[in-house]
Design a protein around this ligand. Structure first.
Ligand code: DGL
Length: 266
């Protein structure tokens, strides 16, 4: 029989972006077993038509829940969370879901210039969910939504090959930087879990310094707060952490990357 502490924490993304959340979860809950799922057969999610993507993710989760029986599922993907979180919660009421949505509230609270930008996939930028977050939390600040076609792919390339063209990164982030009435954008929300992998390149190529908000630690803390506190903090999981890819076997570079994150590819 599976004990509740042996049931894994499932982390889901379209690709490798969810690893930015997984590495925080490792620090906060080292005793939990992690299952990482990348829907790489459908990467990138950014350009998908909403209805088709919603159906795909809900039907994938029917299989994932049956197969892994997770204690909790973390949707470590803004593009998916802003679309399908409510559907997942109503389709699978016994599984707690933690979503990743653009950190617009903390950005609106912290900005001094009143100019913030949300850097995300084209999907996240056009979601009603994102517009509602702005209406609810950032009505008094100027929010620029920047949908990038290329950054998630550039992050995948960087993690796979260890190199990415700085000019390409700069071109994608430049629309985030606004100067208006002597004021400048002072916060950029990284609203795609892939982007923190490129944050050093972004810092280097940005026209001026800004705060880059990465919500990964907050997401991992939220997941921890929803887990029953019955696992012994000093006990390591008896089974290995695993990674599954909807395409079947990922290429050797991705397999090595997963090993580096302590995940065995199934
Ligand atoms: N990592 C995903 C996110 O947080 C999206 C990447 C993609 O599939 O375009 O939005």
């Amino acid at each position: 029989m599976t004990t509740s502490s042996a049931r894994p924490v499932l982390m889901f993304d379209s690709g490798i972006g969810g690893l930015t959340v997984l590495r925080e979860a490792r620090v906060l809950m080292p005793e939990r077993r992690l299952v990482y799922v990348a829907d790489d057969a459908a990467f990138p999610y950014g350009g998908w038509e909403e209805g088709r993507l919603r159906e795909r993710i809900v039907s994938l989760f029917a299989d994932l829940i049956a197969k892994h029986d997770p204690q909790i599922a973390v949707i470590a993907c803004n593009t998916a969370s802003t679309l399908v979180l409510a559907d997942l919660r109503s389709a699978f009421p016994d599984t707690p879901f933690v979503g990743t949505v653009p950190a617009i509230k903390p950005a609106a609270e912290r900005t001094r210039s009143g100019l913030i930008s949300v850097l995300a996939t084209p999907g996240t930028v056009k979601r009603q969910y994102t517009r509602d977050l702005i209406g609810e939390w950032a009505a008094k600040v100027h929010v620029r939504l920047v949908g990038s076609e290329r950054l998630a792919g550039l992050a995948e390339t960087y993690m796979r090959e260890g190199f990415v063209g700085e000019q390409a990164v700069r071109d994608e982030i430049l629309p985030c930087f606004i100067e208006q009435d002597g004021l400048r954008t002072d916060i950029v929300v990284l609203a795609c879990t892939h982007y923190p992998f490129l944050v050093n390149r972004m810092r280097k190529t940005a026209p001026w310094p800004v705060d880059w908000i990465d919500p990964a630690e907050a997401i991992a803390r939220r997941a921890l707060s929803l887990l029953p506190q019955n696992a012994r903090a000093d006990a390591l999981p008896s089974e290995p952490d695993i990674a599954c890819f909807t395409s079947g076997k990922p290429d050797p570079a991705i397999q090595r990357l997963m090993q580096g994150f302590g995940l065995r590819v199934l």
